[in-house]
Design a protein around this ligand. Structure first.
Ligand SMILES: CC(C)(COP(=O)(O)OP(=O)(O)OC[C@H]1O[C@@H](n2cnc3c(N)ncnc32)[C@H](O)[C@@H]1OP(=O)(O)O)[C@@H](O)C(=O)NCCC(=O)NCCSC(=O)c1cc(O)c2ccccc2c1O
Length: 280
């Protein structure tokens, strides 16, 4: 995909991922092409750090998640280090031999991140890698993209977002077909089913994804934030309501009415809320 053409600038040193910036866009790349960008616990810890940085960086308005090379976005959990109770890393997360399913935390992090996250998919998005593109807000696919779940074949399943959000996205029958049959689906089918937003030639994938991000960068960040929380609220239950309500609190804090309450407390006086309308 020739990312160097775009002038991405490294924004952090990692082992399993690349983290780069370009004019308000953060790009996070799973960098394990030798295993089709399968993730291990360390990969997920690094992804969490990069997403947290992108969240906290006020210069970043949109985030791209992708995989290194043209062959895979991500092939899910690294089956070579799958133990008896999860994926066992070689870093501090795996020292005690405790298995992790820490991709679930990453899924939640992407959902709660108050900026748009775009999956840029070339090649395989399979297993836990398929769920990662699913939890992103938008997905742009190259013509060579292939989508599917393998859980029942390899002895796994993701009954959380992997099943329920898939059903919400493409309908129950199709979601069950994907999980029950473990087939692979091409990019055109994924587009026809509403699983991806666009399909473009591989050589245009990055340019198209950056274009979508730039269009969002021209829009109101607060409106996008509120929309993302609103879209997620029902599916995320009370946690979704909490996020949307938190955003409402954020907006309220920005009003003179809320600031009168704060100021009155600090100035040890009775707050004067009479100056604010009791709206019908
Ligand atoms: C992705 C493929 C369809 C690609 O096929 P292709 O023919 O292009 O390439 P190869 O098969 O030859 O692969 C090249 C090379 O990569 C290795 N590799 C590929 N994927 C993985 C992987 N996931 N883990 C480890 N290694 C992988 C492969 O062995 C080759 O290595 P060589 O040394 O032999 O050259 C195809 O590779 C494929 O189907 N891969 C497996 C996909 C899969 O089943 N993934 C796991 C699904 S389960 C999961 O991801 C999962 C993770 C979680 O953390 C969960 C947490 C909570 C709930 C559920 C979870 C969950 O389901």
């Amino acid at each position: 995909m020739g990312s160097s053409l775009f002038g991405w600038v490294s924004a952090g040193d990692f082992v399993d991922i690349k983290y780069e910036h370009l004019d308000g866009i953060a790009k996070i790349t799973i960098n394990r092409p030798e295993v089709r960008n399968a993730f291990r616990p360390q990969t997920l810890v690094e992804l969490a750090k990069a997403f947290e940085d992108a969240r906290n960086d006020p210069s970043v308005g949109a985030i791209i998640l992708t995989g290194e090379g043209d062959l895979a976005f991500c092939s899910g959990g690294d089956q070579r280090i799958r133990g008896e109770d999860g994926y066992i890393g070689s870093d501090e997360l795996g020292k005690a031999g405790i298995g992790r399913l820490n991709v679930l935390d990453l899924q939640v992090q992407i959902r709660r991140l108050p900026k748009p996250v775009v999956a840029m998919v070339a090649g395989y998005a399979i297993g836990g890698g398929h769920v990662l593109h699913l939890v992103c807000d938008l997905s742009i696919a190259a013509e060579n993209a292939k989508f599917g779940q393998t859980g029942p074949r390899v002895g796994s399943f993701d009954g959380g977002y992997g099943a329920s959000l898939l059903a919400r996205t493409i309908g129950l029958k199709r979601a069950k077909e994907i999980w029950f049959l473990c087939r692979q689906y091409d990019a055109q089918t994924a587009f026809d089913w509403g699983l991806v937003n666009a399909v473009v030639p591989l050589e245009n994938l990055e340019a198209e994804t950056v274009k979508w991000c730039r269009e969002m960068l021209d829009l109101s960040p607060l409106a996008l934030r509120m929309l993302k929380a609103s879209f997620n609220a029902a599916d995320d239950g009370l946690a979704g309501v909490q996020q949307l309500a938190g955003d409402a609190t954020l907006l309220f804090y920005m009003t003179e009415e809320a600031q009168e309450g704060r100021d009155a407390f600090k100035e040890k006086r009775k707050p004067d809320f009479d100056q604010f309308p009791r709206r019908p």
